[in-house]
Design a protein around this ligand. Structure first.
Ligand SMILES: [Zn+2]
Length: 308
Protein backbone atom coordinates (compact mmCIF):
# COMPACT_ATOMS: atom_id res chain seq x y z
CA UNK A 1 0.00 0.00 0.00
CA UNK A 2 1.19 3.52 -0.73
CA UNK A 3 -0.01 6.46 1.30
CA UNK A 4 -0.04 10.23 1.04
CA UNK A 5 -0.62 12.80 3.76
CA UNK A 6 -2.24 16.00 2.52
CA UNK A 7 -2.15 19.19 4.56
CA UNK A 8 -1.52 22.94 4.25
CA UNK A 9 0.35 25.48 6.37
CA UNK A 10 -2.79 27.63 6.73
CA UNK A 11 -4.47 24.85 8.73
CA UNK A 12 -2.19 25.75 11.64
CA UNK A 13 -3.04 29.46 11.47
CA UNK A 14 -6.77 29.00 12.10
CA UNK A 15 -6.96 29.75 15.84
CA UNK A 16 -10.16 30.18 17.86
CA UNK A 17 -8.42 31.35 21.07
CA UNK A 18 -6.13 29.93 23.74
CA UNK A 19 -8.91 28.17 25.65
CA UNK A 20 -10.47 26.50 22.62
CA UNK A 21 -9.93 22.72 22.44
CA UNK A 22 -9.83 22.69 18.62
CA UNK A 23 -6.38 24.23 18.57
CA UNK A 24 -3.48 24.45 16.09
CA UNK A 25 -1.33 22.25 18.38
CA UNK A 26 -3.47 19.25 17.37
CA UNK A 27 -1.73 19.10 13.98
CA UNK A 28 1.67 19.47 15.66
CA UNK A 29 0.91 16.57 18.02
CA UNK A 30 0.01 14.38 15.04
CA UNK A 31 3.14 15.45 13.16
CA UNK A 32 5.31 14.63 16.21
CA UNK A 33 3.74 11.19 16.60
CA UNK A 34 4.27 10.39 12.93
CA UNK A 35 7.92 11.45 13.14
CA UNK A 36 8.46 9.38 16.29
CA UNK A 37 6.86 6.28 14.74
CA UNK A 38 8.86 6.55 11.52
CA UNK A 39 5.62 6.76 9.53
CA UNK A 40 6.46 10.26 8.38
CA UNK A 41 9.28 8.89 6.22
CA UNK A 42 7.24 6.18 4.53
CA UNK A 43 4.49 8.38 3.08
CA UNK A 44 4.30 10.98 0.33
CA UNK A 45 3.64 14.54 1.54
CA UNK A 46 1.31 16.59 -0.63
CA UNK A 47 0.29 20.24 -0.30
CA UNK A 48 -3.46 20.86 -0.32
CA UNK A 49 -4.87 23.24 -2.95
CA UNK A 50 -7.71 25.62 -2.08
CA UNK A 51 -11.18 24.29 -2.80
CA UNK A 52 -13.09 26.19 -5.51
CA UNK A 53 -16.52 27.75 -5.09
CA UNK A 54 -17.85 25.35 -7.71
CA UNK A 55 -16.59 22.38 -5.67
CA UNK A 56 -18.21 23.73 -2.49
CA UNK A 57 -21.54 24.41 -4.23
CA UNK A 58 -22.05 20.65 -4.56
CA UNK A 59 -22.54 20.47 -0.77
CA UNK A 60 -23.31 24.00 0.46
CA UNK A 61 -25.78 26.72 -0.57
CA UNK A 62 -24.43 29.83 -2.32
CA UNK A 63 -25.94 31.97 0.48
CA UNK A 64 -23.98 29.96 3.05
CA UNK A 65 -20.71 30.43 1.16
CA UNK A 66 -21.39 34.18 0.92
CA UNK A 67 -22.10 34.30 4.67
CA UNK A 68 -18.79 32.61 5.53
CA UNK A 69 -16.88 35.07 3.34
CA UNK A 70 -18.78 38.01 4.89
CA UNK A 71 -18.13 36.90 8.50
CA UNK A 72 -14.39 36.32 7.88
CA UNK A 73 -12.65 39.07 9.93
CA UNK A 74 -9.54 41.10 9.10
CA UNK A 75 -8.61 41.29 12.81
CA UNK A 76 -9.72 39.46 15.95
CA UNK A 77 -12.32 36.70 16.13
CA UNK A 78 -15.78 36.55 14.55
CA UNK A 79 -18.35 33.93 15.65
CA UNK A 80 -20.26 31.58 13.34
CA UNK A 81 -21.96 29.97 16.35
CA UNK A 82 -21.27 29.62 20.08
CA UNK A 83 -18.17 27.48 19.64
CA UNK A 84 -17.16 28.00 16.00
CA UNK A 85 -15.12 31.13 15.38
CA UNK A 86 -13.13 32.63 12.52
CA UNK A 87 -9.84 34.50 12.76
CA UNK A 88 -8.21 36.25 9.76
CA UNK A 89 -6.69 32.92 8.61
CA UNK A 90 -9.73 30.69 9.07
CA UNK A 91 -11.20 31.20 5.61
CA UNK A 92 -7.93 30.19 3.96
CA UNK A 93 -7.58 27.20 6.33
CA UNK A 94 -11.15 26.06 5.61
CA UNK A 95 -10.59 26.34 1.86
CA UNK A 96 -7.45 24.22 2.07
CA UNK A 97 -9.02 21.69 4.47
CA UNK A 98 -11.76 21.01 1.92
CA UNK A 99 -9.25 21.28 -0.93
CA UNK A 100 -7.15 18.55 0.73
CA UNK A 101 -9.98 16.05 0.30
CA UNK A 102 -10.45 17.09 -3.35
CA UNK A 103 -6.73 16.47 -3.88
CA UNK A 104 -7.01 13.14 -2.06
CA UNK A 105 -9.66 12.01 -4.53
CA UNK A 106 -7.39 12.89 -7.46
CA UNK A 107 -4.50 11.00 -5.82
CA UNK A 108 -6.40 7.74 -5.27
CA UNK A 109 -8.19 7.88 -8.62
CA UNK A 110 -5.22 8.85 -10.83
CA UNK A 111 -1.94 8.16 -9.09
CA UNK A 112 -0.19 5.19 -7.59
CA UNK A 113 -1.54 6.17 -4.16
CA UNK A 114 -3.92 3.79 -2.36
CA UNK A 115 -4.70 5.64 0.82
CA UNK A 116 -4.64 9.29 1.88
CA UNK A 117 -4.81 10.94 5.29
CA UNK A 118 -5.99 14.57 5.21
CA UNK A 119 -4.29 16.13 8.24
CA UNK A 120 -6.43 19.23 8.28
CA UNK A 121 -8.44 21.62 10.42
CA UNK A 122 -11.02 23.08 10.78
CA UNK A 123 -12.84 19.74 10.87
CA UNK A 124 -15.97 19.35 8.75
CA UNK A 125 -18.56 16.72 9.68
CA UNK A 126 -20.87 19.06 11.65
CA UNK A 127 -21.11 21.55 8.76
CA UNK A 128 -24.54 21.19 7.16
CA UNK A 129 -25.65 22.43 3.76
CA UNK A 130 -26.81 25.75 5.30
CA UNK A 131 -25.10 25.89 8.71
CA UNK A 132 -21.69 25.95 10.38
CA UNK A 133 -21.36 24.35 13.80
CA UNK A 134 -19.30 22.24 16.17
CA UNK A 135 -15.96 23.81 15.14
CA UNK A 136 -16.74 23.06 11.44
CA UNK A 137 -16.98 25.54 8.55
CA UNK A 138 -17.03 23.56 5.29
CA UNK A 139 -17.89 19.86 5.20
CA UNK A 140 -14.54 18.58 3.97
CA UNK A 141 -15.39 14.88 3.57
CA UNK A 142 -18.67 15.70 1.83
CA UNK A 143 -16.98 18.07 -0.62
CA UNK A 144 -14.53 15.31 -1.53
CA UNK A 145 -17.23 12.66 -1.89
CA UNK A 146 -19.38 14.92 -4.09
CA UNK A 147 -16.34 15.65 -6.25
CA UNK A 148 -15.59 11.94 -6.65
CA UNK A 149 -19.21 11.28 -7.67
CA UNK A 150 -19.30 14.12 -10.23
CA UNK A 151 -15.77 14.32 -11.59
CA UNK A 152 -15.03 10.58 -11.70
CA UNK A 153 -18.54 9.25 -12.16
CA UNK A 154 -18.37 7.00 -9.11
CA UNK A 155 -21.70 5.42 -8.23
CA UNK A 156 -21.12 4.16 -4.69
CA UNK A 157 -19.10 5.79 -1.89
CA UNK A 158 -19.12 4.67 1.75
CA UNK A 159 -18.46 7.30 4.42
CA UNK A 160 -17.63 5.81 7.82
CA UNK A 161 -17.68 8.38 10.64
CA UNK A 162 -16.22 7.10 13.91
CA UNK A 163 -15.88 10.47 15.64
CA UNK A 164 -17.53 10.43 19.08
CA UNK A 165 -20.06 13.00 17.81
CA UNK A 166 -22.81 12.33 15.25
CA UNK A 167 -21.88 13.46 11.73
CA UNK A 168 -25.03 15.56 11.39
CA UNK A 169 -23.58 17.72 8.62
CA UNK A 170 -22.64 14.81 6.39
CA UNK A 171 -26.02 13.21 7.03
CA UNK A 172 -27.77 16.48 6.17
CA UNK A 173 -25.92 16.67 2.85
CA UNK A 174 -26.28 13.06 1.71
CA UNK A 175 -29.41 11.62 3.34
CA UNK A 176 -31.59 10.13 0.62
CA UNK A 177 -28.73 10.02 -1.92
CA UNK A 178 -28.38 6.33 -2.86
CA UNK A 179 -24.83 6.92 -4.18
CA UNK A 180 -23.56 7.40 -0.63
CA UNK A 181 -23.83 5.01 2.33
CA UNK A 182 -23.24 7.08 5.47
CA UNK A 183 -22.39 5.25 8.71
CA UNK A 184 -21.94 7.24 11.92
CA UNK A 185 -21.23 5.94 15.43
CA UNK A 186 -21.47 8.38 18.32
CA UNK A 187 -22.16 9.01 21.98
CA UNK A 188 -25.86 9.59 22.58
CA UNK A 189 -27.49 11.60 23.99
CA UNK A 190 -24.75 14.15 23.36
CA UNK A 191 -23.87 17.04 21.06
CA UNK A 192 -25.27 17.61 18.42
CA UNK A 193 -28.28 15.62 19.80
CA UNK A 194 -29.20 14.15 16.42
CA UNK A 195 -28.96 10.80 14.70
CA UNK A 196 -31.05 8.64 17.03
CA UNK A 197 -33.95 8.31 14.61
CA UNK A 198 -33.90 6.65 11.19
CA UNK A 199 -34.09 9.19 8.39
CA UNK A 200 -33.17 7.48 5.12
CA UNK A 201 -32.13 4.07 3.84
CA UNK A 202 -28.59 5.25 3.08
CA UNK A 203 -27.85 6.31 6.68
CA UNK A 204 -26.87 3.78 9.36
CA UNK A 205 -26.41 5.51 12.70
CA UNK A 206 -25.15 3.77 15.83
CA UNK A 207 -25.98 5.80 18.94
CA UNK A 208 -24.07 4.42 21.94
CA UNK A 209 -24.21 5.41 25.62
CA UNK A 210 -21.55 7.28 27.58
CA UNK A 211 -18.97 4.82 28.88
CA UNK A 212 -18.92 2.69 25.71
CA UNK A 213 -15.61 0.82 25.42
CA UNK A 214 -13.87 -1.05 22.64
CA UNK A 215 -15.71 -4.33 23.04
CA UNK A 216 -19.19 -2.80 22.78
CA UNK A 217 -18.09 -0.48 19.97
CA UNK A 218 -16.68 -3.37 17.91
CA UNK A 219 -19.75 -5.54 18.49
CA UNK A 220 -22.07 -2.73 17.34
CA UNK A 221 -20.00 -2.13 14.21
CA UNK A 222 -19.95 -5.85 13.40
CA UNK A 223 -23.71 -6.18 13.90
CA UNK A 224 -24.88 -2.97 12.22
CA UNK A 225 -22.32 -1.89 9.61
CA UNK A 226 -20.15 -4.62 8.17
CA UNK A 227 -22.89 -6.56 6.35
CA UNK A 228 -24.55 -3.51 4.74
CA UNK A 229 -21.16 -2.01 3.83
CA UNK A 230 -20.10 -5.21 2.07
CA UNK A 231 -23.45 -5.46 0.26
CA UNK A 232 -23.09 -1.82 -0.88
CA UNK A 233 -19.77 -2.62 -2.66
CA UNK A 234 -18.31 0.89 -2.33
CA UNK A 235 -15.95 2.05 -5.09
CA UNK A 236 -14.30 4.43 -2.60
CA UNK A 237 -14.17 4.27 1.21
CA UNK A 238 -13.97 7.57 3.06
CA UNK A 239 -13.45 8.02 6.79
CA UNK A 240 -14.48 10.89 9.03
CA UNK A 241 -11.68 10.05 11.42
CA UNK A 242 -12.38 11.52 14.83
CA UNK A 243 -10.33 10.36 17.79
CA UNK A 244 -12.35 12.08 20.53
CA UNK A 245 -13.82 8.71 21.52
CA UNK A 246 -10.46 7.93 23.17
CA UNK A 247 -10.66 7.18 26.91
CA UNK A 248 -8.27 10.06 27.60
CA UNK A 249 -10.24 12.62 25.62
CA UNK A 250 -11.77 15.41 27.73
CA UNK A 251 -14.57 16.15 25.26
CA UNK A 252 -16.74 13.03 25.63
CA UNK A 253 -17.16 9.82 27.63
CA UNK A 254 -16.27 6.88 25.37
CA UNK A 255 -13.46 4.53 26.44
CA UNK A 256 -11.84 3.63 23.15
CA UNK A 257 -8.09 3.00 22.87
CA UNK A 258 -5.55 2.97 20.05
CA UNK A 259 -6.23 -0.71 19.17
CA UNK A 260 -9.92 0.12 18.68
CA UNK A 261 -9.07 2.86 16.17
CA UNK A 262 -6.71 0.41 14.46
CA UNK A 263 -9.51 -2.18 14.35
CA UNK A 264 -12.12 0.07 12.72
CA UNK A 265 -9.42 1.17 10.25
CA UNK A 266 -8.69 -2.48 9.44
CA UNK A 267 -12.38 -3.01 8.69
CA UNK A 268 -12.38 -0.03 6.32
CA UNK A 269 -9.17 -1.09 4.59
CA UNK A 270 -10.37 -4.66 4.10
CA UNK A 271 -13.68 -3.37 2.74
CA UNK A 272 -11.75 -1.18 0.29
CA UNK A 273 -9.51 -4.08 -0.74
CA UNK A 274 -12.57 -6.19 -1.52
CA UNK A 275 -14.50 -3.58 -3.50
CA UNK A 276 -12.59 -0.33 -4.09
CA UNK A 277 -9.14 -1.29 -5.35
CA UNK A 278 -7.88 -0.48 -1.85
CA UNK A 279 -8.86 3.20 -2.08
CA UNK A 280 -9.35 4.80 1.35
CA UNK A 281 -9.43 8.53 2.11
CA UNK A 282 -9.31 9.44 5.79
CA UNK A 283 -10.15 12.98 6.90
CA UNK A 284 -9.31 14.24 10.39
CA UNK A 285 -12.28 15.33 12.48
CA UNK A 286 -12.08 15.53 16.32
CA UNK A 287 -9.55 14.43 18.95
CA UNK A 288 -8.60 16.83 21.73
CA UNK A 289 -6.19 15.08 24.12
CA UNK A 290 -2.96 15.83 22.30
CA UNK A 291 -0.86 12.76 23.28
CA UNK A 292 -3.80 10.38 22.73
CA UNK A 293 -4.56 12.06 19.41
CA UNK A 294 -0.99 11.62 18.18
CA UNK A 295 -0.82 7.97 19.22
CA UNK A 296 -4.27 7.21 17.81
CA UNK A 297 -3.51 8.73 14.41
CA UNK A 298 -0.23 6.75 14.29
CA UNK A 299 -2.16 3.53 14.99
CA UNK A 300 -4.76 4.53 12.39
CA UNK A 301 -2.13 5.11 9.69
CA UNK A 302 -0.28 1.89 10.59
CA UNK A 303 -3.52 0.05 9.87
CA UNK A 304 -4.18 1.99 6.68
CA UNK A 305 -0.74 0.97 5.47
CA UNK A 306 -1.43 -2.65 6.38
CA UNK A 307 1.24 -2.77 9.13
CA UNK A 308 0.12 -4.91 12.05
ZN1 LIG B 1 -16.10 15.00 17.62
Amino acid sequence: MTMAIVTHASCRLHDMGDDHPEQPARLGAIQDALLASGLDFTVRHVDAPAVTREQLLRVHDPEYLDLIAAVSPTTGLAPLDDDTLMNPHSLEAARHAAGAVIKAVDLVMNDDIDTVFCNVRPPGHHAERHHAGGFCIYNNVAAGAAYALDAYGLERIAIIDFDVHHGNGTQDIFEGDPRVLFCSSFQHPYYPFSGDEATADNVINIPLPAGTGGEDFRRAVEERWLGPLDAFRPQLVMLSAGFDGHAADPMAQFRLREPDFAWITDQARELALRHADGRVISVLEGGYDLPALGRSVAAHLDSLLGFK
